[in-house]
Design a protein around this ligand. Structure first.
Ligand SMILES: Nc1ncnc2c1ncn2[C@@H]1O[C@H](COP(=O)(O)OP(=O)(O)OP(=O)(O)O)[C@@H](O)[C@H]1O
Ligand SMILES: [Mg+2]
Length: 279
């Protein structure tokens, strides 16, 4: 139960990706080309696709860790020019500072932003409460399980009250039970904060459970072409989602088929505006 209020972003952000191309230095062809995507403010989008199709590349460009070779990425109409606290990033390896306590890890962003001490404390407490770790505030990361460390990583990002949460296989290293409990928590956090979420996963089941829409990417240089968006699947299942239901499994099968379609049947990459914004 949330007692003192989940940190909310100042305002949720929409994301627009237009004709995005990424070619890494020293490579002969783009890793990703012709990617168009519109994500509505507050939407939860999962990105799936075979290894090497450019999921992490797309996420790193959204995060501002990589520059695009061509095309445009805007968040709330602002072009992305580098990393920023309004875009929180969570990776598979938790990336916590081992020499700081849990609370100090979470307070790091607000401190860097030079917020008043009272505000730093309030945000840290709220973020830890949101992920259910208040009682471990003075522990060190290495004293915690993987699932708890990933909770700290999520709290650390939430303390910045990001408008966008970018997650690259965040639960990939966790056991099945921990993973499903973090999935439920993430859904709750999304509901409470209204943050826009872009979540990369290899698990189709996880994508269908979490997402409003699932972006299926395909291609990639190891398949002889560039990564691109093959299709965007609207999930449209009521909450709470019944993972054993026929509708859920039909969506899973459809997305699995899309992931495994041979690349020879791939359409030419779209140049603009091919993917609708969810209404
Ligand atoms: N820094 C880099 N320099 C050169 N090539 C890169 C670099 N990073 C990624 N690539 C290449 O770009 C392509 C897309 O990689 P990316 O990591 O985005 O794929 P992915 O879909 O996230 O794969 P996975 O599911 O295995 O995580 C791959 O062919 C990869 O080898
Ligand atoms: Mg990846």
């Amino acid at each position: 139960m949330v007692k003192i209020g989940t940190p909310r972003p100042a305002r949720p952000a929409d994301i627009s990706v237009r004709a995005l191309v990424k070619q890494y230095p020293g490579t002969s062809s783009p890793a990703m080309a012709g990617v168009d995507l519109d994500i509505a403010a507050g939407e939860f989008v999962c990105v799936v696709g075979a290894s090497g199709c450019g999921k992490s590349t797309l996420l790193r460009i959204l995060a501002g860790f990589e520059d695009a070779t061509a095309g445009q990425v805007t968040v709330s109409t602002e072009p992305v020019r580098g990393p920023g606290p309004e875009r929180g990033v969570v990776f598979q390896d938790y990336g916590l500072f081992p020499w700081l306590t849990v609370a100090e890890n979470v307070a790091y962003g607000p401190r860097q932003a030079r917020l008043a001490k009272r505000e730093v404390t309030a945000r840290t407490e709220r973020a830890l409460e949101t992920v259910g770790l208040s009682r471990l505030a003075s522990s060190f990361p290495q004293q915690l399980s993987g699932g708890m460390q990933q909770r700290v990583a999520i709290a650390r990002v939430l303390a910045n009250q990001p408008a966008v949460l970018l997650m690259d296989e965040p639960f990939g290293a966790l056991d099945a039970l921990t993973r499903s409990s973090l999935q439920r928590e993430l859904k709750r956090i999304h509901r409470e904060t209204g943050t826009t979420v872009v979540f990369v996963t290899h698990s189709v089941e996880e994508a269908v459970y979490l997402a409003d829409r699932v972006v299926v990417m395909a291609g990639g240089t190891s398949h002889g072409n560039s990564g691109y968006v093959r299709e965007v699947v609207e999930i449209g299942l009521p909450e709470p989602r019944d993972v054993t239901g026929e509708a859920f499994n039909e969506l899973k099968r459809r997305i699995d088929r899309l992931i495994h379609l041979p690349n020879a049947t791939a359409p030419a990459p779209r140049s603009s505006g091919g993917v609708p914004v969810a209404s």
